[in-house]
Design a protein around this ligand. Structure first.
Ligand code: NAD
Length: 273
């Protein structure tokens, strides 16, 4: 029996930052469920690699170089997808990340943090989410349907130490998710939904320098602190995000909009005692 609740067959999905660790896994999962995938990334080779892997597995994919901070670049990507597949049903805003120079350390105090590093992190995470929402949201408004998934972080609920710009930008993404959910439904169509996923700690390139000793590969004090504060007792794996993603983009979540779903092994719920 076809599972109508989670049916994504023939849907068109565009994912930004899809050349990266977490979002490439999401792209592959949606492809495996029959969606046509536009793999958008700042780095064309990264996008191409993921698109090739999807195609090799029997899926449909299009690799597109796209800077989530540059509206004309997003507009070109969106127009290319529409030319190829006629519409966009799903947008996953995955482009984001932190920067070492926007992270306090024994060598860098909060007071000395360079303005351009802070601006980079705020822009990449916040505007890098808002700009694609403007471009693809306009198309969804015309279609009178669509689903947007933003990528928040568990540090949006309570900030983590050291990463001030990243925490602030992800908190803003939660606010934008709620704002846009209301705006799109009231102004354009209740069939446009906007939600966010807040991953907990996943060991990836952007945070490796904080979690593991560069030389030994052992967990840092911070890495140990995180695992002991995670009731699940481990870091997440990219596969851990897929259930929440499939639920939120599928018909099973047709009455779900404006929420932020933590996928963090219980980290945000744990007071530490
Ligand atoms: P990643 O660094 O593996 O991938 C990010 C991808 O985004 C890269 O392929 C990069 O080329 C691309 N990118 C960077 N700037 C871009 C831009 N301006 N336009 C388009 N693409 C751009 O990161 P990841 O760990 O897969 O993270 C994906 C998302 O999940 C990010 O938003 C991140 O903040 C969020 N997140 C990650 C974690 C974690 O533990 N890794 C936790 C919470 C949230």
């Amino acid at each position: 029996m076809k599972d109508k609740l989670f049916d994504l067959e023939g849907k068109v999905a565009a994912l930004t930052g899809a050349g990266g660790v977490l979002i490439s896994m999401m792209a592959k999962e949606l492809a495996a469920r029959g969606a046509k995938i536009a793999v958008l990334d700042l780095v064309p080779e990264a996008a191409q690699k993921v698109a090739d892997e999807i195609k090799a597995a029997g899926g449909q994919a299009l690799a597109l170089a796209c800077n989530a901070l540059d509206k004309p670049s997003i507009e070109v990507a969106c127009a290319t997808i529409v030319k190829e597949w006629g519409r966009v049903d799903i947008l996953v805003n995955g482009a984001g990340g932190n920067n070492k120079k926007a992270t306090t350390s024994p060598e860098l105090s909060f007071f000395d943090m360079p303005a351009d590093a802070l601006r980079f992190v705020m822009d990449l995470n916040l505007l890098g989410t808002i700009f694609p929402c403007q471009v693809f949201g306009k198309l969804m408004a015309q279609q009178k349907s669509g689903v947007i998934i933003n990528t928040s972080s568990m540090n949006s609920f309570r900030p983590l130490t050291r990463i001030i710009g990243y925490s602030a930008a992800k908190a803003a993404i939660n606010n934008v998710t709620q704002w846009l959910a209301v705006h799109m439904a009231q102004t354009y169509s209740p069939n446009i939904r906007v939600n966010a996923i807040a991953p907990g700690f996943f060991e990836t390139l952007q945070n490796k320098f904080l979690l593991r000793d560069e030389k030994t590969g052992e967990l840092t004090a911070r890495g140990n602190q995180i695992v002991s504060h995670t009731p699940a007792g481990r870091f997440g794996t990219p596969e851990d995000l897929l259930g929440a993603l499939v639920w939120l983009v599928s018909p099973s979540a047709s009455f779900v909009s404006g929420i932020v779903v933590p996928v963090d092994g219980g980290f945000s719920a744990y007071s530490g005692v």
